[in-house]
Design a protein around this ligand. Sequence first.
Ligand SMILES: [Zn+2]
Length: 373
Amino acid sequence: MESDIRLGKIFGIEIYISYSWFIIFALVTFALAFGFFPQQFPDHSVGSNVAIGLFSSALFFASLLFHEMSHSLVANRNNIPVKKITLFIFGGMSQMSEEPKDPRAEFKMALAGPASSLFLAGAFLVLFRALLASGITSEYFAAFFWLAQINLMLAIFNLAPGFPLDGGRVLRAAVWSATGDFERATNIAAKGGQVVAFLLIGFGILLFLGGNIGGIWLILIGWFLNQSAVGSFRQVMLQHTLADVSVHNIMSHEVTTVEPDTTLEDLVNHFFLRHRFGRFPVMGGDELMGIVTLHDIKDVPRQDWATVTAGEIIEPIDETMTIGENEPAIKALLKMAGEGAGHLLVINNGHLVGLVTKTDIMGLIRVRGELDL
Ligand SMILES: [Zn+2]
């Protein structure tokens, strides 16, 4: 995701924020500065309420990060690698590069988030009480009371039993542990996610019809939750279907390659028009020199196509275009999806050994699905 901003690295985990995050930051600050705090301090200036609003939302987002960090640290300790956390419009997301291997690990990882929010709720409440008792007065104390409330709500909301919410993961771990059936557990937890999503949407609509603008927010969260329940379920099933398939099993060994002295005219007529790929590898003898793309050809004036050769417009190979022969097929599929590419060059020990296409992998998924393999 190039649209994310990197904040830094904590305990070996990269922290990113998405641009969408600024929208929610602004909304929360606005709601606090012009709604919540003016009700508590009607005689305060706008400036002072905006200042407490900013203070509170900054700590609220630190709380969200704390929640995600707790998931990630527990995950890493249980052999579920998490390298990256992204904060975005609906909160945070710890990106796992693989699914948990046993229900106990998933259970611990899932509970870590709500437990940390509950801990923060308690800590902010204790802080609020202690400050009140100290005899010092400041309007900033009200922020701590709000933070105690919002963290408690966060813990409760995340425990709703719908995948991919934390409570949905707890549910999946429980069903998985009881039945030993990972697919069935994921299916049930994802259905739970859709039920929670529809309840949120329904409740949001009722609120909105009752004149509460905040209902829109519930509708959006519900819509997003439904999308991710369906999406995560698909990805988990895909990973499952392709678990034992490597790139080697599915690649075609015959790759159409181009020689560096081929003219662009020949390239267009005999390669691009005939095979209809967007790019071809260029081979000098046994060595993979680079690729030529349709895009590069278009940059050369047409009258020069008879004289300019592939070697002159060659582009170096980079790792976004290749995949190792022994890598899992799902990795190739995710890479193509991420790059928007239709195929990848298969490399073994620096040599071009084949080509894997999205169509090949999707075809395999379809056949396996139909035979229920
Ligand atoms: Zn969580």
